[in-house]
Design a protein around this ligand. Sequence first.
Ligand SMILES: [Zn+2]
Length: 80
Amino acid sequence: MIPDQCSFCKGILKQGKTEFIVKINQEIVVIKDIPAYICDRCHESYFPPDSSRKIDHILESVRSGPVYGRPLAAIEVSMQ
Ligand SMILES: [Zn+2]
């Protein structure tokens, strides 16, 4: 379910695309071009059910074996 307003800042949600970054084991997985609703004020993104399903699906395949994507360089910074 998609709210029509941002639940953080009450900004307006606009349809767009976003990225989702997650770390699984020691791999950084970046899923890009995800259709989402993005707040025009704080840029919080909301995934429609269809996008969440696809993200889950991609994460499942990453967990269960090698996934074929473009390798990326990543920088990891700790706040500690
Ligand atoms: Zn917002």
